[in-house]
Design a protein. Structure first.
Lengths: 200, 200
């Protein structure tokens, strides 16, 4: 394997992913990651607070991109559509990475610690979206619920993508997830209504 | 103040709440909680993993009550209504505590650490509800979305209750929160309706 030349953060990230996938996240130490990267533990901790954070180094950029898209969306679009379009765009960028992003998702699902960290990042994303919606004039409580609904659709779409065969389009997946959320929350109307006269 | 006689866990819980409210959560140590309770740090750690967990000792009972209510709901009720009824019942039991439950909520909102721990408990609750819905025959993805929607309504209702004056009924609050969630996710239909005659 040719020696991979990159900055310290990129080398540590690559080493961590390799080791997590080889041995399982729980069985890898920071010392081992640093050694594989040819660096010191001290260097590791200059870039990451702990071994979980390696998997979340992209979270600030994701959040900034989504918040910018919400802030810059046209004014006449419904808030939920603004949020889902912003998340669809960010999700498409991630899923275009392909296998690396799927491997990351499987790692997160393999570890309770990583799953908790992921949830905390999603709550932060939700709160940032809610603030951006309030800046567009939406009342606080409505902004929070809309942001939560969007993030729920995003997480659902992402899980489906990670476990799907082939390359499903993320935009279609998040639209389908939003439809499923609507179905889940809406009252069920099934009192066997008679068909209107003259229709089939 | 009369010496409060109770089991060690109850004494530690009371001491922790007193100190958190007096000094702020971040500025209290486990040693101080143990001292106020007339017990040792060692005893504290027999009951709680850390000083955050004192506020979440009720989480397993809450989760069990909600899961039982979901499991035992009649079969002909829509899944979202099953979940919201179960959460309404559990939430009513909590809000009947009154000021103590409001103080707890304010503490949680005062600390990022506590807020994160609360989010993790809510994710665990959501996942447990989803499993209970699957046991009722709902497909996995639909069960997860329904559970998430219910927990979102619960959190929204609880925040509104904690910040409301007086004693709002939790059942009404969670129903209103679910309605607001429906409004947030549903497509907006507003093809510029003309104003009703006689209004400005």
């Amino acid at each position: 394997m040719p020696r991979w030349e990159g900055g310290a953060q990129a080398r540590l990230t690559r080493a961590a992913y390799e080791l997590y996938l080889e041995r399982g996240f729980e069985h890898v130490t920071v010392a081992e990651i640093a050694e594989r990267a040819g660096l010191t533990k001290r260097t590791f901790f200059r870039y990451f607070d702990d071994k979980r954070e390696v998997l979340f180094s992209g979270a600030p950029a994701l959040q900034d991109a989504v918040v910018d898209a919400v802030a810059n969306a046209p004014g006449d679009v419904a808030p939920i559509d603004v949020v889902v379009a912003a998340l669809a765009s960010a999700g498409s960028a991630i899923t275009e990475i392909g296998e690396g992003a799927r491997a990351r998702q499987r790692l997160i699902e393999s570890s309770n610690d990583l799953h908790e960290r992921e949830m905390i990042k999603m709550v932060a994303l939700r709160d940032a979206i809610a603030v951006a919606l309030q800046a567009r004039g939406l009342p606080g409580s409505r902004a929070a619920l809309t942001a939560q609904a969007g993030v729920t659709a995003f997480q659902t779409a992402f899980e489906r993508w990670a476990h799907a065969e082939g390359s499903a389009d993320f935009g279609s997946l998040i639209d389908a997830a939003l439809d499923d959320l609507r179905t889940a929350v809406n009252p069920v109307v099934h009192p066997d209504p008679p068909p209107p006269p003259g229709t089939s």
